[in-house]
Design a protein around this ligand. Structure first.
Ligand code: AR6
Length: 169
C-alpha cells in the first residue's frame, strides 16, 4: 500500500473514496463535513438521512453524488476530553473501520482528513501519529486490498508533520 500526504481540499480529490469526519447524527455540520456536503450536493444529505446515524469510532458508506470520489465513508471521531476517555482507541478505530468499509465497497484509493483535529479538539501531533500507525498496520494486515491511502493536510503544519512521520518509516 502506498501511503502519502497531500495538502489541500479533500473534496477536490479524484480517489475512489473520501472519508468524512462527521458527527453521530450524520446530517452534516461544519469543517470538512460541511465542505463535503456542499461539494456533493443535496443528494448526499438525502442518503445520509437513511443511515440512522453512526457511533463514535464506527464508519458507514454513501455514494459520492456530485463529488469526483465514487463513495464517501462517514466516520465519527472522538471529542477530545483530555485523553483519558478512550480517545486514542476510538480515533484508531475510525481509521481502521473506514478502511474496512472502503475495502467492502471495492475502493482501491482512499483519502482521509485529519479526523477529530478541528472542532473535536484532538491534539494534531498525537492524531497524526495514530493516523499513520493505524493505516500502516492495516496495510500490513491486508496486503493488496487498498492501493493508495492519502492523508490530507489542510490546516497549519499538518503536511510537514505527516511527511516527518512517513519519512520515519
Ligand atoms: N479538506 C480537508 N481537510 C479539511 C477541510 C477540507 N475541505 N476542511 C477542514 N479540514 P473538523 P472534527 C480539516 O472540524 O474535528 C463537523 O461540524 C480541518 O483543518 O472538520 O472531526 C462535524 O459535523 C481539521 O484538521 O472535524 C462534526 O460535528 C480536520 O479537517 C465535527 O465537525 C477535521 O476538522 C467533527 O469534528
Amino acid at each position: 500500500m502506498i501511503l502519502r500526504a497531500w495538502q489541500g481540499d479533500i473534496t477536490m480529490l479524484a480517489v475512489d473514496a473520501i472519508v468524512n469526519a462527521a458527527n453521530e447524527a450524520l446530517l452534516g455540520g461544519g469543517g470538512v463535513d460541511g465542505a463535503i456536503h456542499l461539494a456533493a450536493g443535496p443528494g448526499l444529505l438525502d442518503e445520509c438521512r437513511g443511515l440512522g446515524g453512526c457511533d463514535t469510532g464506527e464508519a458507514k458508506p454513501t455514494g459520492g453524488h456530485d463529488l469526483l470520489a465514487h463513495w464517501v465513508v462517514h466516520t465519527v471521531g472522538p471529542v477530545w476530553r483530555g485523553g483519558g476517555h478512550g480517545e486514542a482507541v476510538l480515533l484508531g478505530s475510525c481509521y481502521r473501520r473506514s478502511l474496512e468499509v472502503a475495502v467492502g465497497l471495492g475502493a482501491r484509493s482512499v483519502a482521509f482528513p485529519a479526523i477529530s483535529t478541528g472542532v473535536y479538539g484532538y491534539p494534531r501531533e498525537a492524531a497524526a501519529r495514530i493516523a499513520v500507525d493505524t493505516v500502516r498496520a492495516f496495510g500490513h494486515d491486508h496486503p493488496g486490498d487498498i492501493y493508495e491511502v492519502t492523508l490530507v493536510a489542510f490546516a497549519g503544519d499538518d503536511l510537514a508533520r505527516y511527511e516527518e512521520l512517513l519519512a520515519a518509516g
